[in-house]
Design a protein around this ligand. Sequence first.
Ligand SMILES: NC(=O)CC[C@H](N)C(=O)O
Length: 202
Amino acid sequence: MSATPVIGVLALQGDVREHLIALATADAVARPVRRPEELAEVDGLVIPGGESTTISKLAHLFGLMEPLRARVHAGMPVYGTCAGLIMLADKILDPRSGQETIGGIDMIVRRNAFGRQNESFEAAVDVAGVEGDPVEGVFIRAPWVESVGASVEVLAEHGGHIVAVRQGSALATSFHPELTGDHRIHSLFVDMVRAKAASGSL
Ligand SMILES: NC(=O)CC[C@H](N)C(=O)O
């Protein structure tokens, strides 16, 4: 594989464009992914923020849910922000009826935990593995992580609640680094994709 990893952004709904820009700035080749054939060609995937119930429905409609589960469970590096974090949870505490996730991180999440749209806020968040100043966390109808299994690393908390986690090649944040112009978390993810590709296990 080439030195520059190819990273997809699941482009069913949500803030796809911002992630494409952040990834390109973080030295990856970034592409939207809408079809199983496109998913098959990427070294890693970002699942953006948006509305997890809509993303879940559209993933079924586009025939992507099973291919997504297969690749994530086979260890493809994946990074979910906000609704993307919900998509990566093995369990949702308060799912809408019929709402499904891809899973991949042994955690239970609570949707809209930090309040409604008009209670959105920004806060400085210290994220393990990100050097320097805290990250500016943008929380928009954000979920938090209620609990994690033993193999999940907690990378950040805000107000006593877990807001960033990693389990193997899967990374997730409750907040939206793609909206801030600070691409350190995207760089961390690009490094994860590079490391996985170098280990030859993709
Ligand atoms: N900014 C976001 O991604 C919001 C997530 C949304 N509350 C959901 O449940 O999917």
